[in-house]
Design a binder for this molecule. Structure first.
Ligand code: HAM
Length: 421
């Protein structure tokens, strides 16, 4: 065998323990989000490039460097979604899913694409669990959403996570802050910043704040703080979110340099970080984005949301044990195979999981297969059993074995399984 085709760099096949972790995340997400009135929304993976440019922002790294874009046969630019929010907003506007005065809540689970340099926890195709709460600018909506995110993470038994928060203020206070920040940058020799930040100072000055380069961080120690420069209304909004989280027993670390990489955020921004997954510490991130829906041509409806990175969460989750089969059904001879087929299907109809051998085989080698499958019981239909219309049920843990009537199989099997606990 020669490997003719290999997966692309930064793309992964998901199977085994990783798939188990994904399944667990999806199940828990659906349960927790349901408690908060969230409804699932599935949007296309491919959208017009302009949608992302307009929502995420043309000066962001995502739009400038990371999008998988191509032109179709009619010369239209298309992009594989780098995140879910823009598509959800488009879908809400197009299908009339949001109305002024009511709150609508949606979650989306699926693949996203960013052309980044792959490393541990950073993929070119990755998966997000994404939530958006649309219709209220109340700090209660922010606090409720963050509590929901933490409830979800708690159900995955993740420890040592830190919730970092900041407020970017509204458009007006941000502009005032940007003036101060530019004045601060003007007072520092440009060459002291890393090459990326030298460019960002004019294209996207806020992003300088979260640069990881040590030299830039040193300079930023004396930079003006966003929180000292937000207007009274934004300050009260943020304090209320913090108070509600405090009342809910949530610990928050204020991160003055948390600005997020997407342009649509205003006021509350947050990230959940872990130190256990290498350089890519953020397992979830989000914030408020009032103004985004109207900017995309919809009604003036505020919103707040977040997304979790499923690959990063999977790295933190204790390995989930794979599903164990209830039975492995053995019929060594061809004469018994049809009967075996019908009994197996009866067992499955009654909710028991299992498999059977399709081909004639030696008893010993079939027993080895049964044991390899990890099934709890092995059900045997050999010539002896067939003569008395019965089957043998062997407990694979303690080796005990019992003969039961074929007509009683489902009821007896349920009993044996229940005793196993
Ligand atoms: P984001 O911070 O760009 O926000 O991504 C959210 C999460 O997706 C990150 O915290 C990380 O766990 C995961 N992630 C991002 N890029 C990668 C990658 N290349 N490989 C693996 N995981 C990755 C957003 O996408 C916003 N749309 C979140 C949001 C929803 N804000 C409001 N509503």
């Amino acid at each position: 065998m020669s490997l003719l085709f290999k997966r692309l760099k930064g793309f992964a096949d998901i199977y085994g323990p990783m798939r188990e972790s994904f399944f667990k995340m999806e199940t828990q997400a659906r349960q927790v989000f349901g408690l908060f009135g969230f409804e699932e929304l599935r949007t296309p993976i491919l959208e017009q490039t302009a949608l992302f440019q307009r929502s995420i922002g043309s000066a962001t790294d995502v739009v400038q460097k990371e999008m998988f874009s191509f032109t179709d046969s009619k010369d239209r630019s298309m992009t594989l979604r780098p995140e879910a929010t823009a598509g959800v907003m488009r879908a809400c506007i197009e299908n009339g899913l949001v109305n002024i005065g009511t709150v609508s809540r949606f979650f989306t689970i699926g693949p996203m694409f960013r052309h980044e340099r792959p490393q541990k926890g950073r993929m070119r195709q990755f998966h997000q669990i994404n939530c958006e709460s649309l219709g209220s600018d109340s700090p209660y909506a922010d606090a409720e959403l963050i509590c929901m995110l933490l409830d979800f993470l708690r159900r995955l038994n993740l420890s040592s996570l830190t919730l970092k928060m900041n407020s970017l203020g509204c458009g007006e206070c941000r502009n005032n802050y940007l003036d101060k920040l530019r004045a601060f940058f003007a007072g520092v020799e440009k060459e002291k910043f890393c090459p990326d930040c030298q460019a960002r100072i004019s294209t996207n000055p806020l992003r300088v704040l979260d640069c990881k380069n040590e030299a830039c961080r040193q300079i930023l120690v004396s930079a003006p703080l966003l929180l000292d420069n937000v207007c009274d209304e934004c300050k009260i909004h943020f304090q209320t979110v913090l108070k509600l989280l405090d009342l809910s027993g949530v610990q928050v670390e204020i991160d003055h340099h948390l600005v997020r990489g997407l342009d649509y955020y205003i006021r509350t921004t947050f990230e959940v970080a872990s130190n256990d997954i290498g350089a890519q510490t953020a397992v979830a991130g989000g914030g408020r984005y009032d103004g985004l829906i109207s900017q995309l041509g919809g009604p003036d409806i505020p919103g707040v949301g977040f997304a979790c990175g499923m690959e990063r969460l999977a790295l933190l989750m204790k390995e989930s044990s794979p599903q164990t089969l209830d039975f492995y059904f053995i019929a060594p001879e061809n004469e018994q195979r049809e009967k075996a087929f019908l009994l197996v299907s009866e067992l499955r109809k009654n909710g028991f999981s299992g498999e059977m051998n399709y081909d004639k085989g030696g008893f010993k080698s079939l027993m080895r297969q049964a044991s390899k499958s990890g099934a709890k019981f092995c059900i045997i239909l050999g010539q002896d059993e067939a003569q008395s219309n019965s089957v043998s049920i062997k407990n694979m843990r303690d080796g005990s074995q019992n003969l039961v009537e074929q007509s009683e199989l489902v009821a007896c099997f349920a009993n044996y399984l229940a005793k196993l606990g």
